[in-house]
Ligand binder design. Structure first.
Ligand SMILES: [Mg+2]
Length: 221
């Protein structure tokens, strides 16, 4: 039985193909270009290299002498998510129907997270948001998952981690013993649980609890 959800934010609570995702990428490249004095021809290569070499974006920025704090300030805090996202009644109903506490763990700043969740209309449905900037020293999501579990005192197998990034969201969850659910297209070789979009979350949870009940009945018989 799932008694709590830990959700990633960007690319999970709204589609990763949203214009907001493109704007985040564009601003990140613009910031890197200015801060490092890189030419516009070289920025795409640098961006791809940092992504390939450092699964955690904060580590990538640190490797070229930039701080994660500056990243939040120069990228997230300069974007108004309400200009790209509107109230999502489907998502509101879906999250409202799922009775357990729901947490968000995000790369972004808390002020951007608050604006984004208000734009989608889901702010009051979420229990708490944790920014990875506050997870010292390594900023890994596993630290946030574990600290949330300790606070709510729920067995880790009953906390489902949901995210769109295998390396940032799913692997740290599985390594720490949490069940995890990938949102979006699974990469080749991925054998874990997967849904195409967040809108399938409620059905996934129903299927999971139904499956458990059937299994229990079989066992008792
Ligand atoms: Mg994400």
């Amino acid at each position: 039985m799932i008694s709590a959800l830990i959700l990633d934010q960007d690319g999970t609570l709204y589609p990763s193909l949203s214009p907001l995702s493109s704007e985040l990428r564009r601003r990140t490249k613009e910031w890197l270009q200015k801060a490092l004095g890189v030419s516009s021809d070289a920025i795409d290569d640098l961006y791809s290299r940092l992504q390939a070499e450092h699964p955690h974006p904060y580590d990538g920025f640190k490797s070229v002498g930039l701080s994660p704090e500056e990243y939040l300030e120069q990228v997230f805090d300069r974007i108004d998510p309400a200009a790209y996202l509107s109230r999502d009644e489907h998502l509101r109903t879906l999250l409202g129907n799922i009775g357990c506490p729901k947490f968000v763990v995000t790369l972004s700043s808390l002020s951007y997270a608050s604006k984004l969740q208000k734009a989608l209309g889901i702010r009051e449905i979420l229990q708490e948001t944790v920014s990875m900037i506050d997870l010292v020293p390594h900023h890994g999501k596993d630290a946030a998952y574990t600290s949330i579990r300790k606070r709510i005192q729920v067995p880790l197998e009953n906390i489902l981690v949901v995210g769109d990034n295998i390396l940032l969201d799913i692997k740290p969850a599985l390594a720490a013993g949490f069940p995890a659910l990938l949102v979006g297209c699974p990469p080749p070789g991925y054998r874990g649980a997967n849904i195409e979009s967040i809108y399938e979350l409620e059905d996934f949870l129903h299927r999971k609890s139904h499956h458990k009940q059937k299994k229990r009945t079989t066992y008792q018989w």
